[in-house]
Design a binder for this molecule. Sequence first.
Ligand SMILES: NC(=O)c1ccc[n+]([C@@H]2O[C@H](COP(=O)([O-])OP(=O)(O)OC[C@H]3O[C@@H](n4cnc5c(N)ncnc54)[C@H](OP(=O)(O)O)[C@@H]3O)[C@@H](O)[C@H]2O)c1
Length: 317
Amino acid sequence: MRAIVQDEYGPPHVLSLGEVPIPAPGAGDVLVRVRAAGVDYGVWHVMTGLPLIGRLGFGLRRPRSRVPGMDVAGVVESVGAGVTAFRPGDEVYGAATGAYAQFALARPGKLARKPANLSFAEAAAVPVSGVTALKAVGKVAAGEKVLVIGAGGGVGSFATQLAAAGGAHVTAVCSTAKDGLVRSLGAQAVIDYTREPLTGTYDLIIDIAGRRPPALLRGLLSERGRLVLVGGEGGGRWFGGLGRLPAARLGGLFARRRVETPISLTRTADLDALRDLIEAGAVRPAVGRTYPLAEAATAVGDLVARNAPGKLVITID
Ligand SMILES: NC(=O)c1ccc[n+]([C@@H]2O[C@H](COP(=O)([O-])OP(=O)(O)OC[C@H]3O[C@@H](n4cnc5c(N)ncnc54)[C@H](OP(=O)(O)O)[C@@H]3O)[C@@H](O)[C@H]2O)c1
């Protein structure tokens, strides 16, 4: 089958189109015929092997999985022994291993039925970003004030919609070019971080980009406010954006305002919850651009260069 292969860590040119055998589903595996695969920072981390601490999980000298890609939407081709939740022909979305290929293996607990009102490309944009946003937003009450930092990106475009769908008043933080996008997603106010500082008081701050000091963000919280630190690139080679999390957690222990540092794992229950919201029309993935499989390296480069708003997706014939 055609697949993107990667034999070393490095910049996007380490990703090239190649031929590899179709993976055989073992017991408990689902073989998915991939129709589309999402592009997100997880792929960039595995491609570069950065931050270095991540190599304990991805592989010390080269990635454990030669084929990158996790977010997937496609059709079940076959299932291994013991899989009862899915059958060949089912349209699914979720997390797989080696999604930048014509076929990929997934575990049933990381898949769900694809939202009926989404194309495969739209569905592949949902899993990691949508689940992360779902966890970060949690339960919001009508009228609560929510600040989403990085609102025009993958996670932020879902967080903005989810908070707005919950009745919150959402202030989006983004660059000038993404003003229209974030307003279309439900933001009622916008702070252009390239021109103005963050101001205001919020019940929930979802911090997805910029690695601002947690103490600065805590200062923008209301009395019972909650700060959720989702991500932020840059930082040192060893710990990258993770570097500020231990201090933020410690600081949170002694503060009345809660600090959370969630790590999102794609699970069927969360994918089901997102599908319900998507099918009800409350949330829709904001796909900024699609790429053919052969242009996977360009797609990952565009993500990092922030060349397109919303989510980027690779489509496979
Ligand atoms: N905790 C978890 O489980 C989890 C899960 C998924 C992702 N993440 C992390 O979350 C981060 C974002 O992921 P993503 O997929 O949403 O990335 P993305 O699609 O690149 O979105 C990030 C957005 O932030 C904006 N931005 C950049 N610098 C900013 C700044 N200084 N202030 C405010 N906004 C800024 C960017 O565009 P503009 O500058 O043009 O506005 C971009 O739209 C990454 O670090 C990723 O590793 C964590």
